[in-house]
Design a binder for this molecule. Sequence first.
Ligand code: FMN
Length: 202
Amino acid sequence: MNILQINSSARSHGSHSSQLATALVERIRATLPAGARASVTVRDLGRTPHPELNEAALQALFTPAGQRTPEQAARVALDDALIAELQAADVVVLGVPMYNFGVPAALKNWIDAISRAKVTFQYTDKGAEGLLKGKKVYVALTRGGQYRNTPADTQVPYLKTVLGFLGMSDVQFVYAEGLALGADAEQAAIASAQAQIEEAFA
Ligand SMILES: Cc1cc2nc3c(=O)[nH]c(=O)nc-3n(C[C@H](O)[C@H](O)[C@H](O)COP(=O)(O)O)c2cc1C
């Protein structure tokens, strides 16, 4: 089994979302039958940010492969590497903090990189079709406040939409909310998230 863990916190130390993503990966590994092997790839978008989709990147992507400059080929290769990692994954685990009511820009840059027409989705005469099928996705969400099931939670509908568009419609969310509401609330939020992880594998 190939597991891909994507961390998107800007923090390299003490990130709750990265820690919960790691806990999910450990729990997934624990469900494997004895003797089964899991390969885990961790991509930390905070430590190794992926470049944004700017004009130069768009030009590189829309230039036919054989006509790209070395710089354009190198830029497209960065996106290719993320796509290959994802295509190879059976299970994807995302660690996602809430930043200003959305997903971190680092995660958006990853989403921009993996969303490529004719590779990870395509348009057919029946509409759009995601090409990243058969994957299970877990998302560990961390928030300073409490927004689950409210209109202010733009993360869940956005992630469901974009992952579903790419073919990944089996998505399970784990929430750690109220992390900025004091030490007790922080502890309770982590305990609740850990309980949600246990429930997910019960
Ligand atoms: C730049 C920034 C923006 C944030 N915006 C929000 C927000 O809009 N809503 C919220 O509930 N928490 C917000 N928080 C709090 C984080 O979601 C919370 O601290 C979370 O634990 C961060 O994830 P991490 O522990 O993985 O780094 C923000 C934190 C930072 C640093």
